[in-house]
Ligand binder design. Structure first.
Ligand SMILES: [Zn+2]
Length: 443
């Protein structure tokens, strides 16, 4: 029997731990679901393995962890652009969902997103959308690792009558996936403006009892903070604190409109921030002061948000944007450097999931969630600074290979677990129906 299943031979290995390290002429060996060895190429060529894969021109790095998405909303790409968050939600997204949301929409939208996510190097998805049982099935069959947070909102939808019904359906789903090795189910209360205090209180108790993640849009805009203060006398983060909803299991998504006191509250409770810079820029919601959060020891992960507000699902594009706007925001070109954002897209995501011992870096014994990124194109030459090229010179489309838990998911640009033509064909079929709904909203 071979010592290893697969040995990968890239030009460079970016392990993320140790920070700042680039290994040249090294290979990585996989066995079962894990990383079994990292060794010099000269030794690796001799290693007994089922297969050796030549990754010439590529960087091998940990798979990207997308901490915030609404996968099925890919079908809303370009549907309602160039407007502020609340008009976008209230006048376009929510009324359209009332008309088109059903299991087929979520299946086709999720598949479209999964294809794009995999092609962009995402190996772990954190999602929040209606019919999460369907997104879970599609992620499972595509081999993706995922935390699906079931949506909780005080609004009747095609998925659930009200917030209590959301919780009941979500808890059944959590039960169904209790022993799954790649799919986990968490709580996804929409926001403090979309869910009542009584329901938030119930979520706090249940999530603590089940030791489950809580994923919530928080302080996305100044208006959200002001209206919360008017409504209940508290800023959204202070409301979460009062209700016992802030903990190391909490993902605070966005956190653009924040001050010093909010930063101290986050740090005190060990809650994670999820930064979605492209969505925040596009909706003109604001920019989270990420370097300040990091300087306070707060873990900040990266997410794409849904394609309706981004409009792509590329984690390399997200890392690039995070770095570039972080520098302007802090007036400091050293802020959010290439290594910082690469860590945010990998290891910080793993920390937010409580899985930093299994994911987020190339270390022996960790799960083999890996991607190989082509760095041989003219726009990435010369290769004098690999991290810089990955962050500042990428188009987001250079990922050629991926493995999740040791399973080959993308081989030299070709998806192995999805029928790409079928996925894109089904997505195209939604165009006319969505255009008709869109035009009915205008009249
Ligand atoms: Zn979102």
């Amino acid at each position: 029997m071979s010592q290893y299943d697969t040995v990968l031979h890239p030009d460079f290995v970016v392990p993320i731990i140790p920070r700042g390290q680039v290994l040249e002429a090294h290979s990585v060996a996989l066995k079962d679901h894990s990383i079994a060895a990292i060794m010099p190429r000269s030794k690796a060529d001799e290693a007994a393995a089922e297969q050796h894969i030549d990754l010439a021109g590529c960087v091998l790095m940990p798979g990207l962890i997308n901490l915030h998405c609404h996968a099925a909303m890919s079908l809303f790409r370009g549907y309602a652009d160039d407007m502020p968050l609340m008009s976008w939600l209230q006048h376009y997204i929510w009324p359209t969902e009332q008309q088109v949301l059903n299991p087929a929409f979520v299946r086709d939208g999720s598949d479209l997103a999964i294809a794009e996510l995999l092609k962009g190097g995402t190996t772990t998805l954190v999602d929040n959308y209606f019919f999460p049982e369907i997104t879970a099935e599609q992620c499972d069959s595509a081999g993706l690792r995922a935390l699906l947070n079931f949506p909780i909102i005080d609004m009747e939808t095609a998925w659930a009558r009200d917030a209590d019904a959301c919780i009941n359906r979500g808890l059944q789903l959590r039960d169904r996936y209790r022993d799954h090795d790649r799919i986990e189910i968490g709580f996804g209360p929409h926001s403090t403006y979309g869910v009542s205090e009584a329901i938030l209180n119930k979520i706090a108790m249940l999530a603590e009892e089940l030791d489950a993640p809580v994923h919530i849009h928080l302080q996305e805009t100044k208006e959200e903070v002001l209206s919360s203060v008017e409504r209940c006398g508290l800023r959204p983060i202070d409301l979460l604190q009062k209700l016992g909803l802030l903990s190391p299991r909490t993902h605070c998504v966005h956190m653009n409109a924040i001050g010093e006191q909010d930063i101290e509250t986050l740090a005190m409770h060990g809650a994670h921030v999820v930064h979605c810079p492209r969505s925040n820029l596009k909706l003109a919601s604001g920019i989270s002061p990420v370097q300040r959060l990091l300087d306070h020891g707060i873990n900040v992960a990266l997410g794409t948000d849904g394609a309706a507000s981004n409009n792509r699902l590329s984690m390399l594009a997200e890392a690039q944007t995070a770095s570039l706007i972080g520098k302007v925001q802090h007036g400091d070109p050293q802020a959010l450097n290439a290594w910082t954002v690469l860590e945010m897209a990998t290891l910080s995501g793993a920390r937010a999931l409580g899985k930093a011992n299994q994911l987020g870096s190339i270390e022996i014994g960790k799960l083999a969630d890996l991607i190989a990124v082509d760095v041989s194109g003219s726009h990435q030459l010369p290769q004098s600074n690999v991290a810089s090229n990955l962050v500042y010179a990428n188009n987001g489309s250079e990922v050629l290979w991926s493995w999740i838990g040791g399973r080959l998911i993308m081989s030299n640009g070709r998806l192995q677990t999805l029928d790409y033509n079928d996925v894109t064909h089904r997505a195209m079929n939604w165009s006319s129906q969505l255009a008709a709904v869109r035009s009915s909203l205008e009249h």
